[in-house]
Design a protein around this ligand. Structure first.
Ligand code: FES
Ligand code: FES
Length: 220
């Protein structure tokens, strides 16, 4: 008597021998491989090769207009560092997890490693290189970082400063707890957090005054 699990409504199933098993498995694997190959081919055709599919992008960076031809998949961070030569924004994780690449796009902080450069077409980008005064004086937030020893190796510092300025402008620097919360996306592996907090606390009123002066002169 055959085993119950090998029965179906019409009677016993044919015996599955080793040759049949191998043939069936090989056919399935072949089908899967060819389905995978066509999916890969489709993905490949969607992604432009080097030099193909470049898009015209007009972007103002630190007050200077640029006309660029960009690969649609290029990150803003790579374009800034490798095409424009602005290496202030740092590549820490390249996955949006450390904040070292923080820059401003139209005044809002973004992780430039996660921002497609073509998406900044028509926008104003500001990096750490663009925040000193026209006379070459440090931005109040930069000065406060220096005054409070808010760095050790300095790798995270450009991102910390850009995030800190945005944090003040967003109205998220009214208490120590708030500063900690809204700066939590910027990691410092040297652990300079105490100095960073003091720097932001001290610079916040200066940044607010500076911004309201600029706003006033814009409407004058
Ligand atoms: S490099 Fe962009 S968040 Fe880390
Ligand atoms: S100062 Fe070294 S990572 Fe922040």
């Amino acid at each position: 008597m055959s085993h119950p699990s090998l029965q179906n409504a019409t009677g016993p199933l044919p015996a599955v021998n080793r040759r049949m098993f191998m043939m069936t498995t090989a056919a399935g694997a072949g089908a899967a491989a060819s389905a995978g190959a066509s999916a890969a081919a489709e993905a490949g055709s969607a992604a432009p090769g080097p030099g193909t599919g470049a898009r015209e992008t007009r972007v103002t960076i630190n007050g200077r207009p640029h006309e660029l031809k960009l690969e649609p998949r290029a990150s803003l961070l790579d374009v800034l560092r490798e095409q424009i030569g602005l290496t202030g924004a740092k590549k820490g994780c390249d996955h949006g997890q450390c904040g070292a690449c923080t820059v401003h796009v139209d005044g809002r902080r973004v992780a430039s490693c996660l921002t497609l450069a073509v998406k900044t077409d028509g926008c104003a980008v500001t990096t750490i290189e663009g925040i000193e005064s026209p006379e070459g004086l440090l931005h109040p937030m930069q000065q406060a970082f220096v005054d409070h020893d808010a760095l050790q190796c300095g790798y995270c510092t450009p991102g910390q400063i850009m995030a800190a300025i945005a944090c003040v402008r967003e109205g998220h620097a009214t208490s120590d707890a708030q500063i900690r919360e809204y700066m939590s996306g910027n990691i410092c592996r040297c652990g300079a957090y105490a100095g960073i907090l003091e720097a932001i606390r001290e610079a916040a009123p200066h940044v607010r005054r500076m911004d309201s002066r600029m706003e006033g002169s814009r409407h004058a």
